[in-house]
Design a protein around this ligand. Structure first.
Ligand SMILES: [Fe+2]
Ligand SMILES: [Fe+2]
Length: 271
């Protein structure tokens, strides 16, 4: 398991461990790193780690950090997947916000899918998550109008409707609904995203005039897509019905592709 460190635990580690035994890797973009970073940390943006997850020497602790603990977690997973021993991998759980003494909102989390839920109810929840992702990308489209990122974001929002539609089609097979897809989708609230955050709390951060909108959007998007990937992959394992297993596997593949595209898009954020 990849260890999540609190800010205090990281400070303690930096104070007590010998330098040769650990490395703090800041996975944010170079511009972000230049503004401020943990003393002694090296900067290797997430996209570079994805490109070459074998770059780190083995045998010492690697502690990944980023703004909110999202990109750092993904970085640690890439490196773990490349064969680096997980007991040497850590990430700064709540990110540099917490490290620099700012307090993040205590975000309520939901149990995303109730255990042993019936398949129809599970698919309904999944459509609602897709609606949440769609709403998120609609908001992102407004905020990123005129930037190089718009095309990427537009593609994502279109894809999320496609995901919702394919889940809806499976629902129809189990229990036909009276409404067509469009009416059903319009009625979905999409108020909770795959990562378990409420749409409103993300909206508040993104619309905050003091925030780095582009990077905030991509941070949340990476979290959303990573959670969607993780969630669908797990759902595929949880279901016996082959049709439902297949659809969740297909969705997890699609969300993983979104994650890849977003990581490449980090380079387009130039605020
Ligand atoms: Fe999706
Ligand atoms: Fe997605």
């Amino acid at each position: 398991m990849i260890g999540g460190l609190s800010a205090e635990a990281l400070e303690e580690l930096i104070r007590t461990e010998s330098e040769k035994d650990y490395l703090v890797v800041d996975v944010r973009q170079a511009e972000e790193y230049r503004l401020d970073h943990i003393p002694g940390s090296v900067n290797v943006p997430l996209a570079d780690i994805q490109f070459d997850p074998y770059m780190f020497e083995t045998g010492r602790k690697l502690i990944f950090c980023c703004t909110r603990g999202i990109r750092s977690k993904v970085a640690a997973i890439f490196v773990a997947d490349a064969g680096h021993a997980e007991e040497n991998l850590y990430h700064l759980r709540d990110g540099l916000y917490e490290y620099s003494g700012e307090i993040l909102l205590d975000m309520p989390r939901v149990d995303r899918f109730p255990r042993n839920a019936d398949p129809h109810a599970t698919l309904e929840t999944a459509v609602n998550f897709e609606k949440g992702a769609f709403r998120f990308y609609q908001m992102a489209k407004e905020q990123l109008a005129g930037t190089d990122l718009l095309a990427v974001i537009e593609k994502m929002s279109g894809d999320e409707i496609g995901h919702a539609r394919s889940i809806f089609n499976e629902m129809q097979k189990i229990q036909a609904s009276e409404t067509d897809f469009k009416t059903y989708f319009d009625r979905c609230t999409g108020d909770i995203l795959e990562g378990g955050k409420y749409f409103e709390e993300i909206e508040a951060v993104i619309r905050d005039p003091d925030s780095n909108t582009c990077m905030d959007i991509l941070d949340f998007a990476v979290e959303l897509e990573y959670s969607a990937y993780d969630l669908y992959k797990t759902m595929a394992e949880n279901f016996e019905m082959p049709e439902i297993k297949a659809i969740f596997l297909r969705l997890s593949q699609a969300e993983k592709k979104h994650l890849d595209q977003l990581i490449l898009a980090l380079d387009l954020c130039t605020e």
